[in-house]
Design a protein around this ligand. Structure first.
Ligand SMILES: *Cc1c(COP(=O)(O)O)cnc(C)c1O
Length: 389
């Protein structure tokens, strides 16, 4: 049986897949099992931030794998300590907690916010306000935190203690009560349709949190680590959240999740309050340290912004594209007509790996993509739209 048949027979059907089995990749290009070449502007949903098999990244990861591959959290780990140090030195954060995925990072943030409130105010102050159209993960608790009704089915009982606000400060205020302990939001809602939140709204939420001693958590799982032209997306909004989570892009292709906290929260978690067997894995952290050594650089981040602008302007010239919204290289494309998923499938047939978000096409290209490769992506999309409209 070939890969696709084996998948259908032996893997639970939790995903709708494109009809492609990828075998290898280099830079922004991937190759399938038949040797067909694809330009990838999805980066495995923003994970391969330096593209496929970046030389420096492969070296860092393989060197670490040959030295020590795991030691459990009973022991100190140099790669994890270094990664935490870099992240804190480049931000206002004081400490890091490691995990393996975005959902797990958000679980950690939710626990920190609730424990901070419990320690200071006692029981009953545990509600977290999230936004409608948000996405925070697939665990039972992060599904609860996700402000979309269609995620709240089948798996009852869900975790209690989440309220869903419109992206409007009056709506958030109306949900704040003596039970509230925090607010959780994505500055740009990725899965929700590349919705860039209003800067004044985000600043007002931050002020409200400071005033009421609510923990402000920013979910940077998709937006973090250079994706929006800043190391963290919240920097675009001039706020300093109490907690931020990141995952997708930081590992450069290996599973990692992180929860970062500011000074106020650094001692909330104590031994036995949280943990995860695989967290802070040295091989994964070696990859992440390499990614940061490239991405956490002003010039590199400026280029991400320039490439985002360049791509947006090129896309706007294409007939059939109604609007484009982006922050750096996080790009949503609204079509005049036609189903985004159908167009994405045709793009893949034409050699462009692209994804969707709600009714939009979505691009999350490797952050080191070249202008020439951006031109090529635009050409394939243009040709695909001409063929279908
Ligand atoms: C992808 C994503 C998650 C979930 O991350 P996993 O690694 O799949 O658990 C959470 N929040 C946001 C904003 C995401 O984009």
């Amino acid at each position: 049986m070939d890969t696709k048949q084996l998948d259908k027979q032996y893997i639970m059907h939790t995903y709708g897949r494109y009809d492609v089995a990828l075998k290898s990749g280099k830079g922004c290009y991937a190759y399938d099992e038949d040797g067909k070449k694809y330009l990838d502007v999805s980066s495995g949903i923003g994970v391969n931030s330096l593209g496929y098999c970046d030389e420096g990244w492969v070296k860092a990861v393989t060197a670490q794998a040959g030295e020590i591959q795991h030691m459990s959290n009973y022991f100190y780990c140099a790669q994890a300590s270094k990664l935490a140090q870099t992240l804190c030195e480049k931000t206002h954060f004081a400490k890091v907690c490691f995990g393996n995925s975005g959902a797990e990072a958000n679980e950690c943030a939710i626990k920190v916010a609730r424990k901070y409130s419990f320690d200071k105010y006692g029981e009953g102050r545990n509600e977290i306000i999230t936004l409608k159209n948000s996405f925070h993960g697939r665990t039972v608790t992060t599904l609860s935190a996700t402000g979309q009704d269609n995620f709240h089915t089948y798996f009852y009982p869900f975790t209690e203690g989440f309220r869903y606000a419109e992206p409007d400060i009056e709506s958030v205020k109306s949900l704040v009560s003596e039970k509230t302990c925090g607010v959780l939001l994505e500055c740009v809602q990725g899965e929700g349709g590349v919705n860039i939140l209003d800067k004044d709204f985000v600043k007002s939420v931050s002020e409200l949190c400071a005033e009421k001693d609510l923990v402000l958590i920013v979910d940077e799982v998709q937006t973090g680590i250079g994706r929006t032209g800043k190391l963290f997306c919240f920097e675009n909004f001039d706020i300093e959240p109490d907690l931020a989570t990141c995952a997708k892009g930081i590992g450069g292709g290996l599973p990692i999740g992180l929860c970062l906290c500011g000074k106020k929260l650094e001692d909330v978690m104590q031994p036995s309050t949280h943990g995860s067997t695989f967290a802070a894995n040295p091989v994964v952290c070696a990859g992440a340290n390499y990614v940061l050594s490239v991405v956490a650089d002003e010039k590199f981040l400026d280029e991400v912004n320039k490439k985002g602008e360049y791509l947006k302007n090129k896309l706007l010239e294409i007939k059939g594209i109604k609007s484009v919204r982006n922050l750096g290289l996080m790009v949503g494309i609204e079509l005049e007509n036609g189903d985004a998923h159908d167009i994405a499938v045709k793009c893949v047939e034409n050699g462009l790996l692209i994804i969707t978000a709600k009714s939009l096409l979505r691009m999350l290209p490797p952050l080191n993509i070249s202008y020439g490769e951006l031109d090529e992506a635009v050409e394939i999309l243009k040709k695909t739209l001409e063929e279908t409209i």
